[in-house]
Structures are given as C-alpha cells and as structure tokens.
Design a protein around this ligand. Structure first.
Ligand SMILES: Nc1ncnc2c1ncn2[C@@H]1O[C@H](COP(=O)(O)OP(=O)(O)OP(=O)(O)O)[C@@H](O)[C@H]1O
Length: 247
C-alpha cells in the first residue's frame, strides 16, 4: 500500500533547482496537502492538466523527492526510513524511456536491476524471462533496444520495472509518442498485469478506455486532489475541470 499524508512539495527553494529561493512563492508549490491511499492491486489512473502535480506526486511514491510537509509511506513504513524497500515495492517507468535504458540489448537492460540486487544468475534469468514474457517481448531478448519501435521500447521499460517484482507499477505518461496500435498494446499489457495482481498507477492525459481498465480515477488540479472516485463517476465530474473528457 502506498500512502501520502498531508504531502506538500515546493520547488525552487534551494538545491533542487539551483534557482534563487522562492520559498513562500505560491507558484512554486507543486503539491498541497495531498492525502491519498493506493491499496495493493489497485489500478489507479492519475489525471490532471499540465503542471497540476502528477509527476511530482508519483516521484514521491518511491522517494525520488522528499516531502516539504507531510509524509509518504509504503506498507506502513515512511519511504525516507527505507528507500530500498520502497523502491523494490514501487517500480517506476518514466516518460521517454529511451533516456533511461542502461544497456544496449533488451535482456541486458532488463537484467540490470535484478543484477544490482545481487541475485544469483538463475534468479536474474528467471526474472528477465518472466518480465519479458509479460510484455510479449521474450523472443526479442537479444535485440538492440535502439532498433525497436517506440511501443516496443515502452514494453521493455515496463519489463525492466517488472523484473524488480514490484507490488505497484507506476507509469508516467507511457503513451507519449506512441501510435494507436502501440498504445493499445501497452494498455492491454497493463490490464493483464493488473489481472495477475500487480497494482498499476497510470499517469495520463489520455482518458480513453479509462473506465474499462481502472478501479479508480484521481484528478489533480493545482497540486490538490479534486476528484477521487470510480471512473464512471469521476468522468462525469471532469467537465468542470481543466481535464477534457475522452472523445
Ligand atoms: N524541477 C522542477 N523545478 C521547478 N519547478 C518544477 C519542477 N518540476 C515541476 N515543476 C513545477 O511544479 C508544478 C507541477 O509539475 P509536475 O511536472 O508535477 O506536473 P504534471 O501534472 O506532471 O505536468 P505535466 O502533465 O506537464 O507533466 C508545475 O508548476 C511545474 O512547473
């Protein structure tokens, strides 16, 4: 379970951006007292206008950012107290995965995380095989990543996170730059992972099919949660917000 309690985040107050101090400047507040609980196994879609705080929020889920106020807990433990545990429970797939690959070939990249856990070779191989199978890329294991399409690269990035066997998989705008078949394929794989018990937190502008896949839709506006409901009910409330309903 991921939990935020009164989570407030400000940018620009020192080392984080290197910019002059803007503490107290309201525009620098990216999250305002966000309290949210994400149970294990839930498929949560996180939406909101540009700059509403979505990426900032999910970066707190595994300790990539530190709260200015409030706290973030994973399975009841403050993230700051056990970063390793938080990062093994919460897998993150960033926007633009091609910036995050560390190896030239598919299997070597997916193996990188488990290898760094110090696992035995056989266990690394098992995880790599399972993760690639989950995204239908097992037969591409030895291919160069830079020769893959955008959708295939996204699936490799997902496999890299899955190889850490997280309880929650968090994806920040995974559909950016994907054509429609690639988007549908990634979404179908996320759905299958969810069916098999992995929690999914999907940050997206693209709310098509959300009602069909998500258990819950949370909408941020200016750093605050303004909608938190089952998808059908949540979609009915979007007209008043800066979030377009799906066409
Ligand atoms: N590194 C940073 N330094 C300063 N301000 C930042 C930084 N990252 C984000 N912000 C600001 O924090 C606010 C929230 O940004 P964030 O990226 O979390 O929103 P978002 O909802 O993910 O937006 P988008 O949909 O455009 O990715 C915005 O006002 C943004 O300009």
């Amino acid at each position: 379970m991921i939990e935020t309690r009164g989570l407030t985040h400000r940018y620009g107050d020192g080392a984080a951006s290197g910019a002059a101090s803007t503490r107290g400047d309201d525009a620098a507040v990216a999250l305002r007292e966000v309290s949210l609980t994400v149970p294990d196994g839930e498929f949560l879609v996180l939406a909101g206008a540009n700059g509403s705080g979505k990426s900032t929020l999910v970066r707190h889920f595994n300790g990539l950012l530190t709260p200015d106020e409030g706290e973030v807990l994973v399975d009841g433990t403050p993230v700051a107290d056990d970063l390793v545990a938080a990062r093994s429970r919460v897998g993150m797939v960033f926007q633009e995965p091609r910036d995050c690959f560390v190896a030239a070939t598919v299997a070597r990249d997916v193996a990188f995380g488990p290898e760094n856990l110090g696992l035995a070779r056989a266990e690394v191989d098992r995880r790599v095989d399972e993760a690639l199978t989950a995204v239908n890329m097992a037969d591409r294991a030895s291919e160069r990543i830079d020769r893959l399409s955008g959708g295939e690269q996204e699936r490799v990035a997902i496999a890299g996170a899955l190889a850490m066997e997280p309880a929650h998989l968090v994806l920040d705008e995974p559909f950016t730059g994907l054509d429609e078949p690639a988007r549908e394929s990634v979404l179908a794989h996320l759905r299958a992972l969810h069916r098999d018990g992995t929690g999914v937190v999907l940050v997206t502008h693209d709310l098509r099919d959300v009602a069909a896949v998500a258990d819950r839709l949370v909408v941020l506006d200016d750093g605050r949660v303004v909608v938190d409901a089952a998808p059908d009910a949540a979609l009915d409330r979007l007209d008043d917000l800066a979030v377009r309903r799906p066409d």
